[in-house]
Write a protein that binds this ligand. Structure first.
Ligand SMILES: CC(=O)SCCNC(=O)CCNC(=O)[C@H](O)C(C)(C)COP(=O)(O)OP(=O)(O)OC[C@H]1O[C@@H](n2cnc3c(N)ncnc32)[C@H](O)[C@@H]1OP(=O)(O)O
Ligand SMILES: CC(=O)C(=O)O
Length: 525
């Protein structure tokens, strides 16, 4: 069980699920909960039982299907309706019956919201809080209170906002979480209000939205001002601009402020967990996310690489291994010798100064023509190998290729490609049909080479991107094609550039196959 002195409280399955486009099944919610427990968070808010069948079902299945090692489940819901007893309110009953050891009640703390949204009196709102908290406490559940719109409420009527906190604490709420519901706060003003709230004697928590881009900064400011319970969501999911990214909050508190929140080995698994959750949510991971993004420790500028060569800490705020991420060198027209040398080392090559210099010049020249190597590691490695070997070494040579596109009588569009290749002393002529020209070329090449290289059967073209680049210096527009390929174990990207889209695709395809054969341990003859 996590340490109770400081709470890491995750609300991905409730507030995170309020994100536009995010829709989790019960099985998804159970899977995300397991990942969060693996990280070592203290509380997982599973949803609002009684509000919809899915959330009710989640709590029912959690009893038998979740074996949480660190976290406790929290059920979220509202205080009783005005004018009814807590014991008689069906939504309060659903919280009671959820089986969750913790209930988090959302309550109004802004006077205008009480009057306009709840359409009740300030006194009745306090009674709703008091009754609901004490009823659930008497039923044996631990209660936290989310004070909705607390910061805006404090600006409008500070005495009432603080009275809400006192009422909840006196009725038995263990934590009163101050919610920046509209996400409009900035760190300095927020810290002053948290400080005032802490003076009530209630245990204070913080729940921030990211509408000013300050959710994480606001959370850290709140902790400095006395909050001992932080709420947030995996990958910053949530309504509108999202909630405080719990991964960033935890990493900041643990690595920068010395808090002991999650086991170090779990922190070192954070990048994997963040990505595993994106697989479940089917939301494209933000590659620029702090700590866990694929670009969080990727270095492009030549000057950075030259310093990193001496000491990686010169351009990194932490060792990426602490959060399970990796440093990567990006090779582009912004690279210098150090970038290329380090990238070579990352790929397993010790480059001589001459090779490094030649490669830098070739990369800059090719990038000026439209190639991009930071997005096509495999093309860079082939360029590196050609430079090191002093010649272009391939498993097959191309005599010619041809594609025709035919619309049949029945209106079907069919592409047919013929490739003429030379490999292992043989002349190969092969034809492939596909639903498009690149698909047909891909099939023709594999068909032609599979007899000599059976491992090509495992190769798959998984992504194809085309971009039209403006011409420079009086030349016409050119087309850049990026192809991502995969075998059973890895993915790699290759690039081609030409005035003709099929020609650019062919270049990327030829490199993709060559690289696939190298990965399979085949050196060119
Ligand atoms: C800031 C936040 O993110 S809080 C979490 C918000 N999450 C959600 O709203 C998602 C789940 N919500 C739902 O499924 C539905 O809104 C339900 C089931 C909770 C309620 O549905 P309905 O009964 O149809 O009511 P509806 O959604 O139209 O309005 C909400 C009602 O709750 C009342 N209410 C709002 N906050 C509170 C509160 N803290 N305590 C008690 N009642 C409240 C409103 O005054 C309104 O009452 P009314 O029905 O008398 O007008
Ligand atoms: C409770 C909650 O999610 C909010 O006030 O933002």
């Amino acid at each position: 069980m996590a340490d109770d002195r400081f709470h890491v409280y995750d609300t991905t399955l409730r507030d995170g699920a309020q994100q536009e486009g995010l829709n989790l099944t019960v099985a998804d919610k159970l899977a995300v909960a397991r990942h969060l427990d693996g990280l070592g968070v203290g509380f997982i808010e599973g949803g609002w039982p009684g509000a919809n069948p899915k959330d009710t079902e989640f709590f029912r299945r959690a009893r038998t299907e979740l074996d949480l090692k660190h976290a406790q489940l929290a059920a979220f819901g509202a205080t009783r309706r005005a004018g009814v007893k807590a014991a008689d309110d069906p939504l309060v009953a659903a919280l009671r019956e959820s089986g969750a050891p913790v209930v988090t009640l959302v309550a109004k703390s802004h006077d205008r919201h009480v009057e306009l949204a709840l359409r009740t009196t300030l006194e009745e709102n306090l009674a709703m809080i008091r009754d609901t908290v004490s009823h659930l406490r008497a039923e044996g559940q631990r209660v936290f209170l989310d004070a909705e719109h607390f910061f805006d409420g404090y600006k409008s009527n500070p005495a009432y906002a603080l009275e809400v906190l006192r009422t909840a604490a006196e009725a038995g709420a263990d934590v009163v979480a101050l919610c920046d519901t509209n996400g409009g706060m900035l760190p300095d003003e927020l810290a002053d209000v948290v400080h005032a709230a802490a003076l009530t004697g209630a245990r204070v928590g913080i729940h921030c939205h990211d509408d000013t881009g300050c959710a994480v900064a606001n959370t850290l400011a709140a902790v400095k001002a006395g909050a001992t319970h932080v709420q947030g969501c995996a990958n910053g999911y949530g309504e509108r601009s999202g909630n405080a990214n719990l991964f960033t909050v935890v990493a900041n508190l643990q690595l920068k402020r010395g808090f002991d929140l999650v086991p170090p080995q779990a922190l070192a698994d954070m990048t994997r967990i963040a990505h595993a959750i994106t697989e479940v949510t089917n939301v494209t991971p933000n590659s620029h996310a702090p700590y866990v993004g694929a670009s969080a420790f990727a270095h492009k500028a030549g000057l950075h690489a030259s310093a990193i060569k001496v000491d990686p800490n010169l351009y990194q705020h932490i060792d990426p291994a602490q959060v399970g991420n990796d440093m990567r060198m990006l090779v582009s027209d912004m690279a210098g010798r150090a970038s290329v040398e380090l990238k070579g080392r990352e790929l397993g090559y010790e480059l001589t100064p001459e090779h490094t210099k030649t490669l830098v010049e070739r990369v800059k020249d090719l990038e000026s023509q439209g190639f991009t190597f930071e997005a096509a590691d495999a093309s860079f490695e082939l360029l590196l190998r050609d430079t090191v070997h002093g010649e272009r070494r391939r498993h097959f040579e191309v005599e010619s290729w041809r594609v025709i596109v035919e619309r049949t009588k029945g209106g079907e569009l069919v592409s047919e490609a013929t490739v003429k290749l030379h490999a292992k002393g043989e002349r190969i002529v092969a034809t492939g049909e596909g639903n498009g020209p690149v698909n047909a070329l891909d099939k023709a090449v594999r068909l032609g080479l599979e007899k000599l290289y059976p491992e090509l059967a495992r190769l798959e073209l998984i992504d194809y991107k085309v971009r039209i680049l403006e011409g420079t210096h009086g030349t016409g527009a050119v087309i850049r094609v990026l192809i991502t390929s995969s075998d059973d174990t890895a993915e790699w990207a290759t690039v081609g550039v030409a005035e003709n889209i099929i020609d650019a695709s062919w270049q990327a395809l030829e490199q993709a196959v060559t690289y696939g054969l190298l990965r399979a341990g085949r050196e060119p003859d």
